[in-house]
Design a binder for this molecule. Sequence first.
Ligand code: AMP
Length: 220
Amino acid sequence: MRVVLLGPPGVGKGTQGRRLAEEHGWALISTGEMLREAVRRGTDLGVEAERQINAGLLVADDVMIGLVRDRTGEADADKGFVLDGFPRTVPQADALDLMLSQRGQHLDAVLSLGATEEELVQRLSARRECPVCKRAFNLGSAPPRDGSACDDHPGTTLIQRADDRPETVRKRFAVYHEQTAPLIDYYRRSGRLREVPAMGSQNEVYRALKDMLARVARAV
Ligand code: AMP
């Protein structure tokens, strides 16, 4: 299947997307992670993207569309993919439809995860990630076993993403409301939106996502 995970910062797109992709053998395509990797490597893209990411702003549509066009065309995405963090604007959503239709493909589902902003701000302030495998933990609700290092990489201390600091988080929410939230109506109008509440535990949200995907599969 080809699935988009839509939702505000901190709602769990990355965590849930990773589980869905691992369980089904789909590619996990996280545009935020692709950009952070480019920043770490100091590529041209990374140099260009770093300022926007740290300011909580979006990277230009044409750059993102090019990245996703290439990445969704790779062999591991043949069987299916989960998009985490793309599309984030209406032009990106239009471009995604176009690139898929040019390959005779289409999106199977747009899963919109919802939670209150209060909950999300709390989650983001407690979010830490493994610098090796990028797995996200929450110091409150889903802490690592030893309190500070990654479960899968003992000895690797978890870090806070630069854009999870409070000033940047506020900007990211403003940008989300302005540029990304309109996608909810965009996909609703075309009958592709599936809303999944994301206030529960990771396992509860995962079950709800899988139930929703099963319903989508039955409807095809
Ligand atoms: P994320 O990990 O999805 O929260 O993304 C982190 C940051 O990367 C965002 O705040 C943006 O600056 C940038 N970014 C990720 N995906 C996109 C996208 N589809 N369009 C524009 N900017 C993006």
